[in-house]
Ligand binder design. Structure first.
Ligand SMILES: [Zn+2]
Length: 318
C-alpha cells in the first residue's frame, strides 16, 4: 500500500574525508577533528543524503578571486609539494600538504550545496573545512583561503532564473571577506551578526556601508535574547524584503557559550531557532532552497550539538 504520510526530505550533506587533511599547524583551533564533530552532529538526524564534495575548478575561482592572488597560491602549492613543508599566508592561516585538496573541496562543496538546493528545492549543508568568510578577493585571512560562500553565491547567480541571492552569516566573527566581495551589488544581500569588539574588527553598524550590507554587532556577553532581537529587528526583515531566490548561510557555531575564541552565550536551541527562521523565509521566497556551509565553531562538543540543532531547524516540517 502506498504511504500517505510525507516524511521530511533528508538534509543533503556534501562532505569529503580530504577536508580533514588540512593540518599545517598542529594545535591550531581550526583542527581536523572539527570535520568529524560536525558529521557526528549531523549523524544524529533521522536521515541524511550524503554526497561527495568535489574540488572547485579554476574558472570558478577566477570569478571571485583576483588573478595575482590565485597565481600566488599556485606558486605556493608547488613549493609545498617540492619542499614538503607548510607556509603561513597570514599569522592565523597556514597551508601545507593536504591543505589545497581540502580547500578546493570546501569551496566546491559550498557551490554544490547551492546548486543542489536550487535544483531540488531543499536544504543542503556543506560539512567541510577550512572556513572561508574572512578570505577577500585578493588575500587569505583568519583561517580562510578561498571564500567558499562567495563562490557559492556566484555559482548560484550563474543559473537561469536566479537573480538575487542572500548570504546570511551568523558566525561570531564578521564575514569581512564576503562583505568586501559583494558590497554595492544589487543581486546579493549580505546580513551578519557578530561579536564586536572581536577579530577581524570590521562590521560596526555605525560605519557607512553599501545598501546591500546589514551588520548587527553584539557586545561580549550577549546571549540568546540579544541575538534573536538583532535578527528579528533588522536582519530577517531585510531578508524578507529582498525576496531572494536562494538563501546561503555562512554557518559558524563559535557564538556558542562553550566556544574558546569568543564571548557570546548562544545555546544549541538558538541555532535551531535561526535555522527555522531561515527555512521559513526560504519556503516563502525560494521554494525551499537554502544552502549552508560550515564556517567557525571551535569547541568540538558545542560544534556537534549546534550543527545538529541548526540542521534540525533547516529541515523541520512545521
Ligand atoms: Zn568565526
Amino acid at each position: 500500500m502506498a504511504r500517505t504520510s510525507v516524511d521530511p526530505a533528508p538534509l543533503i550533506v556534501f562532505t569529503h574525508p580530504a577536508c580533514a587533511g588540512h593540518d599545517p599547524l598542529p594545535g591550531h583551533a581550526e583542527q581536523p577533528a572539527r570535520l568529524q564533530a560536525a558529521l557526528d552532529g549531523l549523524g544524529q538526524l533521522d536521515a541524511l543524503d550524503l554526497r561527495d564534495a568535489e574540488p572547485i575548478g579554476g574558472e570558478r575561482l577566477a570569478r571571485v578571486h583576483t588573478a595575482p592572488y590565485l597565481a600566488e597560491l599556485d606558486a605556493l602549492e608547488r613549493r609545498i609539494y617540492s619542499e614538503n613543508r607548510a607556509f603561513a599566508l597570514d599569522p592565523d592561516t597556514h597551508v601545507g600538504p593536504g591543505s589545497f585538496d581540502a580547500i578546493r573541496r570546501a569551496a566546491g562543496a559550498a557551490c554544490q550545496a547551492a546548486e543542489a538546493a536550487l535544483a531540488e528545492r531543499r536544504s543542503s549543508f556543506a560539512a567541510v573545512r577550512p572556513p572561508g568568510h574572512h578570505a577577500e578577493a585578493g588575500r587569505a585571512m583568519g583561517f580562510c583561503v578561498y571564500n567558499s560562500i562567495a563562490l557559492a553565491a556566484d555559482a548560484a547567480l550563474a543559473r537561469p532564473g536566479v537573480e538575487r541571492v542572500a548570504v546570511v552569516d551568523f558566525d561570531v566573527h564578521h564575514g569581512n571577506g564576503t562583505e568586501a566581495i559583494f558590497a554595492g551589488r544589487d543581486d546579493v544581500l549580505f546580513l551578519s551578526s557578530h561579536q564586536l569588539p572581536l577579530y577581524p574588527g570590521t562590521g560596526d553598524p555605525a560605519e557607512t556601508v553599501a545598501r546591500n550590507v546589514h551588520n548587527a554587532a553584539l557586545p561580549p556577553g550577549s546571549g540568546s535574547n540579544q541575538f534573536r532581537d538583532a535578527w528579528q529587528a533588522d536582519l530577517l526583515p531585510a531578508l524578507d524584503r529582498f525576496a531572494p531566490h536562494l538563501i546561503l548561510v555562512s554557518a559558524g557555531f563559535d557564538a556558542h557559550w562553550r566556544d574558546p575564541l569568543a564571548q557570546l552565550d548562544l545555546k544549541d536551541e538558538d541555532y535551531f531557532w535561526i535555522g527555522h527562521q531561515l527555512l521559513g523565509l526560504a519556503r516563502t521566497h525560494c521554494g525551499g532552497a537554502l544552502a549552508a556551509s560550515l564556517e567557525g565553531g571551535y569547541d568540538l562538543q558545542a560544534l556537534a550539538d549546534s550543527v545538529l540543532a541548526f540542521a534540525e531547524g533547516i529541515t523541520f516540517e512545521h
